[in-house]
Each structure stands twice: as structure tokens, then as C-alpha cells.
Write a protein that binds this ligand. Structure first.
Ligand code: ZN
Length: 182
């Protein structure tokens, strides 16, 4: 499911950040009340939580995250929902604000980013319309790509092995459940 939207519960801030790296619309605040969480789930967001009870209360829209390690959390989630992150969406979202990035005009980029970065990335500089941060393909992004690859997410392969693009989205309540390919 490429267009899944999430809301991450307390203690899942790192997971939320990495979901944003992968292009997923992911709300995260450490202090959501149960009422706010319920209303966000009602709007169609999948709840990611470490609390078994909250996951159960959200039914098929709740995913209980077991691991303490963010890489394993991502893999758990990918298995549970048969997620196949679309590489064309990676790095398309502000990691702080969660909003999609916009292309930066040449004039704006020239003014806002260091010269050498501007010259190396002229047409690839994007910015967040909410906070104004600029993003470009650089060493930081390469490191994140390498990290994703170590966790099993690469531009060429994803843990949801063989899942066809456009396959029926699956949301299951049991993260441990296996979904064999048809
Ligand atoms: Zn931002």
C-alpha cells in the first residue's frame, strides 16, 4: 500500500521520521490523547503504537509495534501491512513538518543553500513550504539510503518481496501474521 497514512503514538518518534523519509504521511506527537488518536484513526490513519490495548481498540487500523529498534519496527510494519515503499516517493516530505516538499526556484535555492550545493544540485533542490528548510541529494541523504538498505529497503528491492504495484491494500491487526503471495 503506497498511500497509507499513519499516526504514531508516543515512543515511536524515530519510526515516524523514517516513515516520512519513505514518503509516508505520518503524524507524530508524543502527547496525543486517546481521543485525538481515535479521531485520527477515524480519519483513516493507521495507528502505530506500543500499547497492546490501544492497538486492539483500533481494530484493523491498529498496528502493535513490538521491537525497540527502529529498523526492526519498520520491517515489522512492512510485513504487517504488506507495505512496499515506492522509491519515487522517498525523500519527498519534510522530516520535521510531514508536508510534501516543493521544487525550489533557482533564485531561491541560490540564496538559501551554500554555493557548492547549489551548483551540484541545481534542479534537485526542494524546500518545505511550512518551515522553509531546503533539501537536496547529498551525503546525509546517501547515509539514510545506506541505512535503509541495511534494513532491507532498497531502491531495487523491498521486504514486501514480489508484491505487485497496485495490489489490494491489506491492513491486518496482527503484525506477526504472514501474508503469502498469491
Ligand atoms: Zn518543514
Amino acid at each position: 500500500m503506497g498511500n497509507a497514512q499513519f499516526v504514531a503514538d508516543a515512543m515511536l518518534g524515530k519510526l515516524a521520521k523514517w516513515l516520512r523519509v519513505l514518503g509516508y504521511d505520518t503524524y507524530y506527537q508524543p502527547g496525543y490523547t486517546p481521543e485525538i488518536l481515535a479521531s485520527l484513526v477515524g480519519e483513516g490513519r493507521v495507528l502505530l503504537t506500543r500499547h497492546r490495548k490501544r492497538a486492539e481498540q483500533s481494530g484493523h487500523m491498529g498496528v502493535l509495534i513490538h521491537s525497540n529498534h527502529v529498523g526492526e519496527q519498520l520491517s515489522e510494519l512492512a510485513r504487517a501491512l504488506n507495505l512496499k515503499p515506492d522509491p519515487s516517493a522517498w525523500f519527498s516530505r519534510c522530516l520535521v513538518c510531514n508536508v510534501p516538499l516543493s521544487a525550489s526556484s533557482e533564485a531561491d535555492a541560490r540564496e538559501k543553500v551554500p554555493d557548492y550545493i547549489f551548483h551540484q544540485n541545481v534542479n534537485q533542490i526542494r524546500f518545505c513550504p511550512t518551515c522553509g528548510r531546503h533539501y537536496w541529494p547529498g551525503s546525509h541523504r546517501s547515509r539514510m539510503e545506506a541505512q535503509l538498505k541495511r534494513w532491507g529497503f532498497s531502491v531495487y528491492e523491498s521486504p514486501a518481496r514480489g508484491a505487485a504495484t497496485g495490489a489490494t491494500p491489506q491492513i491486518k491487526g496482527c503484525p506477526g501474521e504472514d501474508h503469502p503471495e498469491p
